[in-house]
Design a protein around this ligand. Sequence first.
Ligand code: FDA
Length: 364
Amino acid sequence: MYDYLIVGSGLYGSTCAYELKKRGKSVLVIEQRKHIGGNIYTENISDIQVHKYGAHIFHTNNKEIWDYVNQFAEFNRYTNSPVANFKGKIYNLPFNMNTFNQLWGVITPEQAQAKIDEQQSELGQKTPTNLEEQAIRLVGRDIYEKLVKGYTEKQWGRPATELPAFIIKRLPVRFTYDNNYFNDKFQGIPIGGYTQIIEKMLAGIDVRCNTDYFQHRDELDQISKTVIYSGQIDRYFNYCYGKLEYRSLRFETEIISKPNVQGNAVVNYTEREVPYTRIIEHKHFDPVDTPNSVITKEYPAEWEDGLEPYYPVNNEKNDALYRQYRELSKLENNTFFGGRLAEYRYYDMHQIIASALKDLKKMP
Ligand code: FDA
């Protein structure tokens, strides 16, 4: 008999497993995929650590969480500075003085602010009614047309004029020559990939991969006192109120016989006509001296059964549906729900660790 059955070996389930083992609890972790790690899994291809489920950069302002994750790996000093390719011209991101200089030739923050003010004024006093108007209100037409429109339309699979304004609450604009995407104090990539973090967390713990909870539920419930469930909450309740919606992604990965293909880890393609949203060149996250490189093209996709549920679509309808499932989850005895799928919300890695450590306080 195990004290805990943990469904899902992602960062949430693995943090719980590690902490519970430290408390002397017996733990079984099950994972439906053939490998541990959930979406932070990295795989060695051609001696390069490949982020199999999308680019993952660890960043946080929380010193405790930074120290916590550094127990499991040494981190490098990677700084995320993606660039945008619009019709063959490169622009720095996030929008900063470099971008404004590339767009308009302006030199000083005052000139840049004046240009943005002038461009925003085309909307007059109108309250934005869709994403296009909202973006123009925030950054003006040039940035919207070149760097926001095509990218966002590919992400959501529909015209910006048909998307609600609330999707873009703010667009970070910086009046310094600083290409560092994150404002956080701590940032980096684990040297040798993320999978080692999960391996260390799960060391000495029983783990069964290729095991779907719902196919073995009777047996698994009988051999465990308490369940921690980090899978999709609607699936747990057999979709009794209906399905929560997600956006998915399709990844096309190839090995290229060149040591350096695009000179940067992340290049966004912001024009509508290019079907992918970005190309990741993995070796720039964790540099290695190899004759080859591995790149991944990322294509947004409508989510359907069989595809990975990557991003929750937190509109009113889905959030209301989630609240119904959450109420049901409160009635389950000896079962805890946590992580991005069970809580139907987007979490960064540092937030997932913080949320697991908080939830653990409630676990016997
Ligand atoms: P996760 O999905 O990783 O793990 C859940 C596990 O449960 C999965 O392995 C799944 O197979 C398993 N499971 C589900 N149902 C099951 C069942 N019935 N039986 C058995 N197993 C089951 N964060 C960040 O800080 N910086 C970044 O740069 C990025 N980048 C990024 C890119 C993309 C494309 C995405 C989608 C996400 C990010 N993130 C990120 C977020 C990061 O991926 C996220 O915080 C963690 O992976 C969440 O960990 P969880 O354990 O909650 O879920």
